[in-house]
Design a protein around this ligand. Structure first.
Ligand SMILES: *Cc1c(COP(=O)(O)O)cnc(C)c1O
Length: 373
């Protein structure tokens, strides 16, 4: 039995005709850049996220960059974020010329620890980027309180967390901005790259839309320099179809996670595994990833065993960002962010995609139990 880490073909099969009709509409209209399909998706995703508006962009990475540009954050400014995240979070800070300042994570949620953030605030700090890693929101209330007190902009990196909820509030609707990614492996994935920024502030939507199109307003007049950050209509058409199914898919991921937790608890060698459970403040975990912690010394052998058994798995992320070569200039060393380093050494993502069958999950649990024996 093969169990891939993610099987997008299983998701596509039942909605194939519907998606192809939506693509045909765009082809017949020959309207490919922004336009009605993108505006429709923006309205839908804004409503889904509990926000006033949205700006469709080229990717989640570009969403992060555009938010920082919109706030005029650049050289001389500091932005605090987590070192345990996908590279783009800190890459965006560097790309606008600001300094990435890292703060360590809470080991139970893998998300920014507000006490660590508080210790890193200086007069130069302009923004904080909490990451809602694996589909669970960071503990936002203490972060929002810090931001209010120090007048910081909060850019939520919700690229893995569309529809996740913190105390009933949706990912992206708590800070000034929420950045979403439609990379194919995200819970709402396109047929290529794409992203979106959601915000509760209509004025910010207008500014983002101007900046994503070279700062142009009105046509061929530029008061500021933006760039080409435009989402295309084919992606938007696909995403509008898929958005209707998103809640069902996220519910299936939650059910799969609950099933794994039951299966692991019932087996002698997986019973003591650290499994990802929802924090008390979490009202909705969307399980973009299901990452368990293994003893660091045994992880490679487990990965080899999974590979031999035909089970997909992945390390998210093996090198915390403060130890990446490109950020050497920040002057960090091993030991600076112990919880991020421990997470990087211990976590392993297992197949959690909605269409995985009970037999496949049992096979993963049995195999892991055998490998840990
Ligand atoms: C996927 C992801 C991004 C970047 O999104 P892209 O659309 O691939 O550019 C940024 N941050 C996090 C946490 C992500 O998971």
């Amino acid at each position: 039995m093969d169990v891939p880490l993610l099987d997008l073909r299983a998701q596509y099969r039942p909605i194939r005709e519907e998606i192809r009709r939506a693509l045909d509409e765009v082809c017949d209209a020959q309207y490919f850049i922004l336009g009605p399909a993108v505006e429709k998706l923006e309205r839908e995703v804004a409503a889904y996220s509990g926000c006033a508006g949205a700006c469709g962009v080229t990717s989640g990475s570009d969403a992060l960059i555009l938010c920082l540009m919109a706030e005029g954050i650049g050289p001389g400014d500091e932005v605090i974020t987590s070192p345990y995240t996908f590279f783009a979070t800190a890459g965006a800070i560097h790309r606008v010329g600001a300094k990435a300042v890292f703060a360590d994570i809470d080991p139970t949620t893998f998300n920014l620890d507000s006490a660590q953030v508080a210790a890193k605030i200086t007069p130069k700090t302009r923004a904080v980027i909490p990451v809602h890693l694996y589909g669970q929101c960071a503990d936002m209330d203490p972060l929002l309180e810090l931001a209010r007190r120090h007048k910081l902009i909060v850019v939520e990196d919700a690229c893995q967390a569309i529809g996740a909820e913190y105390q009933g509030r949706r990912a992206g609707a708590m800070g000034e901005y929420g950045c979403l990614s439609f990379f194919p492996s995200k819970n709402l994935g396109g047929f290529g790259d794409g992203g979106m920024i959601v915000t509760r502030d209509p004025a910010r939507v207008e500014r983002l839309k101007m900046l994503r199109n070279h700062g142009m307003h009105p046509k061929y007049h530029h008061r500021v320099v933006g760039g080409n950050f435009r989402l295309d209509a084919l992606q938007a058409a696909v995403l509008s179809v898929k958005l209707k199914y998103l809640d069902g898919w996220s519910a299936a991921r939650q059910a799969n996670a609950a099933d794994y937790i039951r299966l692991f608890a019932a087996r002698p060698h997986t019973a003591s595994l650290v499994v990802p459970t929802a924090a008390a403040y979490t009202t909705r975990h969307i399980y973009n990833q299901f990452c368990v912690r293994l003893p660091a010394a045994r992880r490679q052998a487990v990965m080899d065993g999974f590979k031999a058994a035909g089970i997909g798995c992945e390390i998210y992320y093996p090198v915390p960002l403060h130890l990446q070569e490109c950020f050497q200039y920040l002057g960090h060393k091993p030991g600076d962010f112990p919880e991020s380093e421990r997470a990087a050494a211990e976590t392993l993502a297992l197949p959690i995609y909605p269409e995985a069958t009970p037999e496949q999950r049992a096979f993963v649990a049995d195999t892991l139990n055998r490998l840990l024996a």
